[in-house]
Design a protein. Sequence first.
Length: 236
Amino acid sequence: MKKDIKNLINLPEHVAIIMDGNGRWAKRRGLPRVFGHREGAKAAEKAITFASDIGIKYLTLFAFSTENWGRPEEEVNFILKLLVDYIDNKLDNLLEKNIKLRFIGRKEELPENILKTVKKGEENTENCTGLNLFIALNYSGRAEIIDAVNKILATGREKITEEDFRNYLYYPGVPDPDLLIRTSGELRISNFLLWQLAYTELYFTEVLWPDFNEEEFLKALYDYQSRERRFGRIKI
Ligand code: IPE
Ligand code: IPE
Ligand code: MG
């Protein structure tokens, strides 16, 4: 498979993924939802490695939304613990693969121990120059826009352009996603990257996130290659 992958042309520079369907994956097996999250974490690791191996420059994964706090406390804690474990146990792998890890979302609202681990992950991979990995944690697109507006108000400005507005987002220098993948068959954005997705190609698959593997990732990339991006213009 590696050989095929090398021939991939027209790769998206930035792939964003809504990793959905962990709960249903577990339910179908008669297991508690957290089992789905555990498998989902493995699938995320696979996707990160694959993106890094094929040379994708930016990968943004939706791990936990601001709305996900509304789930049972046990489930929330389990998801957050998975993330802490990932950073604690896989930091060496990230460094080895030269992956730069950053988080987007309202970090200041995270419990202190989570924030400490998040910072550890970011600081340790700060000088990496390979895949830029963004994990959206306590993230929502509307919150990001409101946070930007409040930063702008604090400067005392009264008028702003689109380009300038971008400078107040969590990571202004990052190109907008070229491809958004959502698993589990849901056809919605669920408050992810609302500003950035304006001209992103959308790819939806019925596959539940824990079953998403290299083959499924490739299917999404091949589909992307067949798209004609026009950005409101016409083809000449
Ligand atoms: C995605 O899977 C993981 C998170 C939202 C944290 P879900 O937990 O939403 O799984 P479903 O959608 O209930 O199957
Ligand atoms: C989106 O999935 C959030 C993440 C994948 C982290 P949800 O499962 O929370 O979205 P809805 O509730 O189906 O829209
Ligand atoms: Mg879901």
